[in-house]
Design a protein around this ligand. Structure first.
Ligand code: GDP
Ligand code: MG
Length: 441
């Protein structure tokens, strides 16, 4: 796996300080091979590797993971971010009918996906959906959609022989308006390869129908060719998103990265089979794992994340050993508590925090309170954060106003900070956190 190969590259590095450019470049050669093996298009792989190299150089090597594992974590995080860390749904909250148009090469799965999405919107979102096929090129294409309509119990526009796509689109729009449909889905004709006559037809339909979504449907097995497809389509029509089909096959996921890079649009769904409910929201994390070719990437990444927490805590402990604990430190602690559900690395060690931790565990303090504290600290000036004793009555009013809280809330926060920094000073007297932990056994 990639992590084994990176292990080899990094064997020499164990125990050294920061990731150097030479080390990272060596590792990135392996990453590049992994990306290409996963079918990421060459220019996209190259750009990605350059970007991640820049991020990785100079990062400190965590003591508890190998440099190879750490690079995998950096690469994984960058992949997830680039694939889109949050899932983006369909933009259909508009004055009805919302129009969704599907475009793509022939055989990419447009017609099947049209029916899958219609079924999803009808079932889960209780939308009244109509489908219309504008495919007058392939014989029986319109009948194919009608059959899918019967299977999914979704209305389809009646077929009128001899009509051209633009006229069908116009008729569909009118029918959807008159009959009160929420969503109109337009399934378009495919292309074997990008062909200007069909592109022009697609543009004309888009002009008439002014779709809320124009989704490019791409076969995930397209591999290296995905870039050309994406480029051509996104130059011709204003795409709003991408759907990758055949993710149930042996696709290695690389097309996802290529599509995202070339179109700049989110991947909204993944087709997972021929059945009409085989469609899922796109999961960047899973696809990143597939691209890196490792089943164990998740646990690896978790392990690295834990060590980062641990080293953060150590860095904090070093500050504390000097008896320093300002609002910035408190804010970092609050953020950690939020991430870890109250179990911040330091939380259990510090008397003031222990109370807060217990309160959180018992449900007496919820995330909202932590967020409110964060807002208050956010409303302080940098000077106030470094020296909270500056915060007088007038400043308290300003902070409360700025964070949508009350002066009472601000007082509570200041009291908590004071208790904690007093505890810190006590800890310092006992020989720092190390000394305290040694005492505890
Ligand atoms: P179109 O030409 O773009 O309209 O493509 P179709 O919707 O007619 O699909 C072509 C073929 O791909 C059909 O046999 C579909 O059943 C199949 N297909 C579509 N989506 C998927 C998918 O997500 N997974 C698998 N395994 N097959 C799919
Ligand atoms: Mg079709």
């Amino acid at each position: 796996s990639l992590s084994d190969r990176l292990g080899g590259v990094f064997d020499r590095l164990r125990g050294r300080g920061a990731l150097t450019e030479a080390d990272v470049r060596g590792a990135m050669r392996e990453v590049r091979v992994a990306l290409l093996e996963a079918d990421v298009a060459l220019p996209v792989a190259r750009e990605f590797v350059d970007k991640v190299t820049e991020q990785a150089v100079g990062q400190n090597v965590l003591r508890s993971v190998t440099p190879g594992q750490q690079v995998v974590k950096i690469v994984n995080d960058a992949l997830v971010e680039m694939l889109g860390s949050d899932n983006v749904g369909l933009d259909i909250d508009v004055t009805p009918p919302a129009v969704i148009m599907l475009v793509g090469l022939q055989g990419s799965g447009k017609t099947t996906t049209t029916a899958k999405l219609a079924k999803l919107l009808k079932g889960r979102e209780r939308k009244k959906v109509m489908m219309a096929s504008l495919d007058v090129n392939r014989p029986a294409a319109q009948e194919q959609l009608a059959v899918l309509g019967t299977q999914t119990e979704v209305a389809t526009l009646p077929i009128v022989a001899g009509q051209q796509p633009v006229d069908i689109a116009r008729r569909a729009l009118q029918a959807a308006k008159l009959q009160g449909f929420d969503v109109l889905m337009l399934d378009t004709a495919g292309r074997l390869h990008v062909d200007q006559a069909l592109m022009d037809e697609m543009k004309a339909v888009a002009d008439i129908a002014t779709p809320n979504e124009i989704l490019l449907v791409v076969d995930a097995l397209t591999g290296q060719d995905a870039v050309n497809v994406a480029k051509n389509f996104s130059e011709q029509v204003p795409l709003t998103g991408v759907i990758l089909t055949r993710m149930d096959g042996d696709a290695r996921g690389g097309a996802a990265l290529s599509m995202r890079a070339v179109t700049g649009k989110p991947i909204k769904f993944a087709g997972m089979g021929e059945k009409l409910d085989a469609i899922e929201p796109f999961h960047p994390g899973r696809v990143a794992g597939r691209i890196l070719g490792m089943g164990d990437v998740v646990s690896l990444v978790e392990k690295a994340a834990q060590s980062i927490e641990a080293e953060d805590a150590e860095r904090m402990a070093a500050k504390l050993a000097k008896g320093q604990f300002d609002m910035n430190d408190l804010r970092a602690q609050l953020a950690q508590m939020r991430r870890m559900g109250g179990l911040g690395a330091l939380a259990g060690m510090i008397p003031g925090m222990k109370k807060a931790q217990a309160a959180m565990a018992s449900g007496a303090v919820d995330e909202k309170i932590l967020l409110r504290m964060d807002a208050m600290i956010g409303s302080m000036t940098p000077k106030e954060r470094a020296k909270p004793e500056l915060i007088n009555a007038k400043r308290k009013i300003r902070v409360a106003k700025g964070s949508g809280t009350t002066v009472q809330d601000v007082n509570k926060l200041l009291k908590m900070h004071l208790e904690m920094s007093t505890a810190m000073k006590r800890i310092k007297k006992m020989g720092g956190l190390k000394g305290m932990m040694a005492m505890l056994g």
